[in-house]
Design a protein around this ligand. Structure first.
Ligand SMILES: O=C(CO)COP(=O)(O)O
Length: 258
């Protein structure tokens, strides 16, 4: 059993307005106990428009729930219409920011180079990046999932020094498992997460690699999370749909009770 604290993060995607976000975080906060928070780090990743409201609630009620954003600009400020900078997210006391989610890679043509620039921007502003990697179905069918995912890790972490990388979170999210209900088997998850740990050791040495948390994401539910979390190189989950159901997300946080 590693001494890495599991991170269960809910990626709400484009769901819950700022009023719904307040109600949802209140429900989570009411359900989660001090014992839960000692065992697992819990984070929510709402849409940008919810962040100020979530910050106000978390700070006002001194909640242990962390929060962050689903994306950030590679730029710090300027003529980038519609973008949100890491500086602005830091001002809202965001802890995390996802980078390179497959839906952004797919719909916004985010390359490994763009993801690398965003990882650097996150660190410039004191945000912990959750770097999302993972293969599509064709790559999986061809048996190239490890090589594909490691190339994304290499690209996303290019020129990131060890003192920053040791805090990064890597989220392995096989695209064919996202939103499909077809969760990866624990063995599939461990195969790639273990390979990611090995690459991190090659890049930064084993001591740093052993500090880095690697999440699994893709149709995680309370019923399947425990077997995935039992894998030695899985340190949490990046949860989509199930995170929108407070009771289900709390059951995911309490995976050890299953
Ligand atoms: O994309 C995901 C989290 O970032 C996973 O989404 P689902 O849990 O809905 O499959």
């Amino acid at each position: 059993m590693s001494d890495r604290t599991p991170l269960m993060a809910g990626n709400w995607k484009m769901n819950l307005n700022h009023l719904e976000a307040i109600a949802h975080v209140q429900k989570l906060a009411f359900a989660l106990t001090g014992k839960d928070h000692e065992a697992v780090e819990v984070a929510v990743l709402p849409p940008f428009t919810d962040l100020r409201s979530v910050q106000t609630l978390v700070e006002g009620d001194k909640l242990k729930i962390k929060y962050g954003a689903q994306d950030l600009s590679a730029h710090d400020s300027g003529a980038y219409t519609g973008e949100v900078s890491g500086a602005m997210l830091a001002k809202l006391k965001c802890a995390y920011v996802t980078v390179g989610h497959s839906e952004r890679r797919q719909y916004h043509a985010e390359t490994d180079e763009v993801c690398n620039a965003k990882v650097k921007a996150a660190y410039r502003h004191g945000l912990t990046p959750i770097l999302c990697v993972g293969e599509g179905l064709e790559v999986r069918k061809a048996g190239n999932q490890v090589a594909h995912t490691l190339a994304q890790v290499d690209g996303g972490l290019k020129d990131i020094p060890a003192e920053q990388a040791e805090s990064v979170v890597i989220a392995y999210e096989p695209v064919w498992a996202i939103g499909t209900g077809e969760v990866a088997t624990p063995e599939d998850a461990q195969e790639v997460c273990g390979a990611i740990r090995g690459r991190l050791a090659e890049l930064y040495g084993q001591e740093v690699a052993d500090k880095i948390r690697i999440q699994y994401g893709g149709s995680v539910k309370a019923g399947n999370v425990a077997a995935i979390m039992a894998q030695p190189d899985v340190d949490g989950a990046l949860v989509g749909g199930a995170a929108l159901d407070a009771d289900e997300f709390v059951r995911i946080v309490r995976f050890r009770d299953q």
